[in-house]
Design a protein around this ligand. Structure first.
Ligand SMILES: C[S@@+](CC[C@H](N)C(=O)[O-])C[C@H]1O[C@@H](n2cnc3c(N)ncnc32)[C@H](O)[C@@H]1O
Length: 278
């Protein structure tokens, strides 16, 4: 089939921009370039892939699961329904952690990506700095299978540990970076696309979404060096509550909160024995 015919087929059930994005991604083209290739014949394996993706999208799956890939921080990650689709705001968490590593740590430190899902955070940090000793840890064996696919696909040397938070963690780390499940069970803002497709284990947490922050903060110092950084992604309404938990469990720390590009409170950085200068 030709590019033009596939676009017509897709447009029967999808918005035309979605069809273009889907086909362009499968053909490894920029969507704007498609118009230059309307009469090109598409190889049969890619026609099949396009038809399979169409079926997934018609069933209401996210584009990233249909394509089995997503871009995070310029890297291509494999994703499917075993893991949360990494979000743009998490790229900001990675960018800041990377900046703080440069500023406050030496390059061979141990970093724990707790609740690692697809591995987006830990693998990206490793790709930015190959000297880091990185461990990805998640309670979900199937999420770890996806992280393993990404570790191999990106050819990055990281450790994978199946663990309910710190249960199977034995080392001490200089940095713990964590994007835990943080959505309250009764949150009404979660879209059907998310609710019906992404793993609930990755989304929801008890105690108004605060469960994991409290569980982590109450024992994390057993798994941290004397000089440390904890970097959390948070729900945009959770800043004050997480700050209260930090005050409850940690002494003599410096805390920086940051907003994401949308202007929402989204990240908390906790430093111990570091002279923070920003
Ligand atoms: C919000 S997702 C984050 C995934 C990934 N770090 C990212 O930013 O895209 C949370 C992850 O926490 C994991 N998780 C849930 N409960 C956990 C627990 N008790 N211990 C460790 N990981 C857990 C889920 O399996 C899921 O992969």
């Amino acid at each position: 089939m030709k590019v033009e015919e596939l676009l017509c087929l897709g447009n029967q059930s999808l918005h035309k921009d979605t069809t273009k994005l889907l086909l362009a991604t499968i053909l490894d083209l920029n969507p704007l370039e498609l118009n230059l290739h309307l009469n090109d014949l598409v190889p049969s394996n890619l026609v099949l892939k396009f038809q399979e993706c169409l079926k997934s999208l018609e069933k209401g799956e996210p584009l990233q699961y249909a394509l089995k890939r997503t871009n995070f921080y310029g890297l291509e990650f494999y994703v499917d329904s075993r893991v949360l689709i990494p979000r743009f705001e998490t790229e900001e968490l990675v960018a800041n952690v990377s900046k703080y590593i440069e500023k406050y740590f030496n390059r061979e430190i141990k970093v724990l990506d707790l609740c690692s899902g697809s591995g987006a955070i830990g693998l990206t940090l490793k790709s930015l700095n190959r000297d880091l000793d990185i461990t990805l840890s998640d309670i979900s064996p199937s999420a770890l299978e996806v992280a393993l696919i990404n570790k191999e696909k990106l050819n990055l040397d990281v450790k994978l540990v199946e663990s309910d938070l710190f249960t199977n963690i034995k080392d001490k780390y200089s940095i713990i970076v964590c994007n835990p499940p943080y959505i309250a069970y009764d949150d009404k803002e979660v879209t059907d696309l998310v609710l019906n497709n992404e793993p609930h284990l990755a989304l929801f947490a008890k105690n108004n979404g605060l469960e994991f922050y409290e569980r982590i903060l109450s024992i994390c110092e057993n798994y941290l060096e004397d000089k440390y950084l904890i970097a959390f992604e948070i729900g945009y309404k959770q800043k004050e509550k997480v700050l209260e938990l930090i005050n409850k469990y940690l002494k003599d720390v410096s805390v920086i909160t940051k907003k994401d590009m949308a202007g929402l409170d989204r990240m908390i950085y906790i430093f111990k024995n570091i002279n923070v200068s920003e």
